[in-house]
Design a protein around this ligand. Structure first.
Ligand SMILES: [Zn+2]
Ligand SMILES: [Zn+2]
Length: 186
């Protein structure tokens, strides 16, 4: 049981998602950031973010809504979406985060090759989990890292995602520890 006062990171699935994927993300959040998670969908209808011309969803708009709907006990919220996300300057994104903010999002769409989020092979779960941790890292003020194996490395394609490890490099790890201390949560 989690008490109301305990700080948690909220996982907010959009639509039905594989329990295996949610569990994998929850486990990695605990390992990398040290926070427990709860899973509760706070945002289901993303129609407001749909760009009719691109037939894609503008992730920045979704982040604003997520942050607004996130319960107080959640220090961070990560949405797991299944639609194709974009920001205006890019053709698509795997996810987006508010740098040093509350909300981030990752989508299974590109990393699971457009298939339903209920049907994900272990290889794709690994990719999606890495990008989820990457986006959460941004909410803890981590920026893109030049180290190719660091989970904060910016990935242009799936090969990049597969090449990087599931770990923060030593530099990013220190930055994260400093930020969590500064939050005075522990
Ligand atoms: Zn990034
Ligand atoms: Zn790094």
């Amino acid at each position: 049981m989690t008490s109301q006062s305990e700080h948690i990171i909220l996982i907010s699935p959009v639509g039905d998602l594989s329990a295996e994927l949610i569990e994998a993300i929850a486990g990695e959040i605990k390992r990398v950031f040290g926070f427990s998670t709860e899973t509760e969908s706070v945002l289901q209808d993303l129609a407001f973010a749909l760009d009719q011309n691109r037939n894609q969803y503008h992730s920045t708009l979704i982040l604003d809504q997520l942050a607004a709907k996130s319960p107080g006990r959640a220090i961070r919220v990560i949405a797991i979406a299944q639609v194709d996300l974009f920001i205006p300057i890019l053709t698509h994104v795997y996810g987006e985060a508010q740098l040093g903010g509350t909300a981030c999002i990752v989508s299974t769409y590109r990393l699971n090759k457009g298939r339903s989020g209920m049907n994900i092979s272990p290889k794709y779960i690994g990719r999606i989990v890495k990008e989820a941790i990457h986006e959460l890292g941004h909410t803890f003020k981590l920026r893109h890292c030049p180290e190719h194996t660091c989970i904060m490395h910016y990935c242009r394609n799936e090969e990049d995602v597969d090449r990087k490890s599931d770990q923060l490099c030593r530099y990013c790890k220190v930055m994260l520890e400093d930020e969590i201390k500064r939050m005075k949560v522990f």
